[in-house]
Design a protein around this ligand. Sequence first.
Ligand SMILES: Nc1ncnc2c1ncn2[C@@H]1O[C@H](COP(=O)(O)OP(=O)(O)OP(=O)(O)O)[C@@H](O)[C@H]1O
Ligand SMILES: Nc1ncnc2c1ncn2[C@@H]1O[C@H](COP(=O)(O)OP(=O)(O)OP(=O)(O)O)[C@@H](O)[C@H]1O
Ligand SMILES: [Mg+2]
Ligand SMILES: [Mg+2]
Lengths: 220, 220
Amino acid sequence: MIRTENLTKLYTTDEVETTALNKINLSIQPGEFVAIMGPSGCGKSTLLNVLGLLDEPNSGSYYFLDKNITGLTEKQRSKIRKQNIGFIFQSFNLIDELNVFENVELPLQYQGVSASERKEKVMTLLERFGIGHRAKHYPQQLSGGQQQRVAICRAIAGNQKLIFADEPTGNLDSTNGQEVMKILSGLNQSGTTIIMVTHSEQDAAYANRIVQLKDGMIVN
Amino acid sequence: MIRTENLTKLYTTDEVETTALNKINLSIQPGEFVAIMGPSGCGKSTLLNVLGLLDEPNSGSYYFLDKNITGLTEKQRSKIRKQNIGFIFQSFNLIDELNVFENVELPLQYQGVSASERKEKVMTLLERFGIGHRAKHYPQQLSGGQQQRVAICRAIAGNQKLIFADEPTGNLDSTNGQEVMKILSGLNQSGTTIIMVTHSEQDAAYANRIVQLKDGMIVN
Ligand SMILES: Nc1ncnc2c1ncn2[C@@H]1O[C@H](COP(=O)(O)OP(=O)(O)OP(=O)(O)O)[C@@H](O)[C@H]1O
Ligand SMILES: Nc1ncnc2c1ncn2[C@@H]1O[C@H](COP(=O)(O)OP(=O)(O)OP(=O)(O)O)[C@@H](O)[C@H]1O
Ligand SMILES: [Mg+2]
Ligand SMILES: [Mg+2]
């Protein structure tokens, strides 16, 4: 489903060149639940962004659903991503001009789901995460953990094949965090492939495999 | 040092009125290390913002360093805050137009510290947190945990009486998180009063007291 060969990503800023990903070779099968762990700054978000088609590698190859992604335009990558991936960002990336309901219904609108069906799906999700009463509010009016839960709802609303989660419980107390992990685990049981960056050993325990990153390289 | 009486904070949005803080009575002595815990959305950040003079209560009183804060103008509160408090925000609130070095030296500039002394203090701090090599970079070019460490450096650069920390290790792996907690603990040992919101039992263990919040009220 996902296969990389010598995937490399560099950032160059003034005098400093950072090798964020250094010849990564990774293979992920459909239905897996993979946890990516490693020290702060070691390349986890960068890896998730490249795998999630938000960013391009500088060298190496990336096959997504057997399609060679290298050389595709940003528009082509964006289309494949919207059709297949739900993404939970480390800093949420909610749209400030849209309220909570509108943020979460975005993937459903893209899929052409009817308004009444969107309403039912979105409200069910928000209720499930304990933020149904916030549907009409704007992201800036929510607590950190409430914003994180909106980001999670948006990622899973589209019922897509893959969910990419970048530290999905970082702003949540343990009860809410466990609730999120149970829901992700349930999705995985019904076939969703999940790739989750986490600092939490507790969350990583829900995965079937842990990939350890260090200085842009896989170390296990 | 800090004393509140029936501190209350309400938010009103369209039809929904949220009582974020409900008659809070809290007393904190100089030199304490207080952890504030509770479920997502229960009022922790709101409490920290009011205690940290970033926000005003709707009713009740707040005495900061024996001074009644109620009724002061925003300008007056801001002056008292800048002179006494280092604040670590849940979403970092770094200034995008300034590089890492410039972000951290802000409190020292406010205090009128000389340029050479600022340079020494800032670089020592950045090195200590493992991000000295990022001094010339901008916040958007850093990983989530690196941004969090910049926010922490900025809060402690000014050597102030009090540090308010809103989930300071949420984006950090356990090694980096422990390093942060050791540094905060060290500051507390030398007299700094620390008020820290956290979801982590491990971090809370560094505190001398835990305050439990639920639905805007203290429950222990
Ligand atoms: N500007 C606002 N308008 C309306 N409601 C608000 C606003 N800011 C915060 N709230 C609400 O006040 C309550 C307390 O928010 P607060 O940010 O203090 O929670 P918290 O305990 O820090 O949560 P978390 O652990 O998720 O960060 C929440 O229900 C939140 O939705
Ligand atoms: N736009 C950029 N320009 C320069 N360097 C960058 C840029 N974005 C990221 N980096 C660097 O690339 C490295 C990897 O960053 P990444 O965000 O992938 O780390 P991470 O493992 O997710 O860290 P964290 O656990 O702190 O979130 C870091 O050293 C970071 O500073
Ligand atoms: Mg990251
Ligand atoms: Mg908060």
